[in-house]
Design a protein around this ligand. Structure first.
Ligand SMILES: Nc1ncnc2c1ncn2[C@@H]1O[C@H](COP(=O)(O)OP(=O)(O)O)[C@@H](O)[C@H]1O
Ligand SMILES: [Mg+2]
Length: 239
């Protein structure tokens, strides 16, 4: 077992620590929820544990399906070990069904199924409010090259297939989600960060009830009880 070292970075939802193995980081999931790029912030007891559990379970399922990713293991209720990567400053988003900013910007009703899954890039830069960018912005800003852009798109589509099925078994519709990727020291790109109701839009299959962070963003429900519901359904279906 590796030893926990100094704090490397504190984000909005997690703290990252170095370890005595320079290829491994120690992550602590926090009980913090933020909305509007950090403008609204609340401590929510139990959130860290739920997201750690949900993320761990999802990354294990993705590993079984051959997706290259950073998860090493869950080491406590709120902590896990991950492989250290150089994060690519992109939020890679895939949308199956119109919702959120897509609906607002383009005037498409929330809930409309898109004719095929679409991939979007957002430049991950809090000071700029994570602006929406296209492939050419990614190239000109030297965030990734053409081959890497193609790989990011292919990987998120593969992840979408696995997650859509996994959530479907739990009677949940995967509306859209965000991924982050990073580079290992040899330059190869793997999936990193977290996959949880903070980063996915999840609706109940029958009622379309929101089972994700929108309950907090829109103040329409209790975050802990819906995250618990997601975890319970995933466990019941032994993904
Ligand atoms: N495997 C990894 N190696 C290095 N950094 C990572 C890895 N996985 C996630 N991160 C980074 O950890 C930081 C903390 O996560 P989080 O609290 O969600 O941050 P944010 O406030 O940027 O959303 C983020 O900058 C994220 O990109
Ligand atoms: Mg985050």
């Amino acid at each position: 077992m590796v030893k926990k070292g100094e704090l490397l970075y504190e984000g909005k939802a997690k703290r990252l620590y170095i370890t005595d193995d320079e290829t491994v980081l120690w992550v602590e999931y926090l009980n913090q929820a933020t909305a509007s790029n950090g403008l609204r912030k609340d401590m929510i007891q139990g959130k860290g544990e739920l997201n750690n559990k949900i993320t761990s379970l999802i990354f294990e399922a993705l590993a079984k399906c051959g997706i290259r990713q950073h998860f090493v293991k869950k080491i406590s209720e709120t902590e896990q070990l991950i492989q250290k990567v150089e994060i690519i400053p992109l939020e890679v988003v895939l949308r199956n069904i119109a919702a959120g900013s897509f609906s607002k910007r383009l005037g498409v009703k929330e809930g409309k199924k898109l004719s095929f899954p679409i991939v979007e890039f957002y430049f991950k830069e809090d000071s700029l409010d994570d602006p929406f960018i296209n492939d050419e912005h990614v190239l000109v800003l030297k965030i990734a090259n053409r081959e890497e852009i193609a790989l990011l798109k292919a990987e998120i589509c593969k992840v979408n297939e696995v997650l859509t099925e996994l959530f479907h078994k739990a009677k949940i519709k995967l509306i859209d989600f965000k991924l982050e990727f990073g580079r290992l020291s040899d330059g190869s790109i793997i999936l990193a960060d977290e996959i949880s109701p903070d980063t996915c839009r999840l609706w109940d299959l029958e009622t379309n009830e929101h089972l994700d962070k929108d309950v907090y963003r829109r103040e329409i429900g209790d975050l802990v009880s819906v995250y618990k519901e997601v975890l319970t359904r995933l466990l019941e279906n032994e993904i």
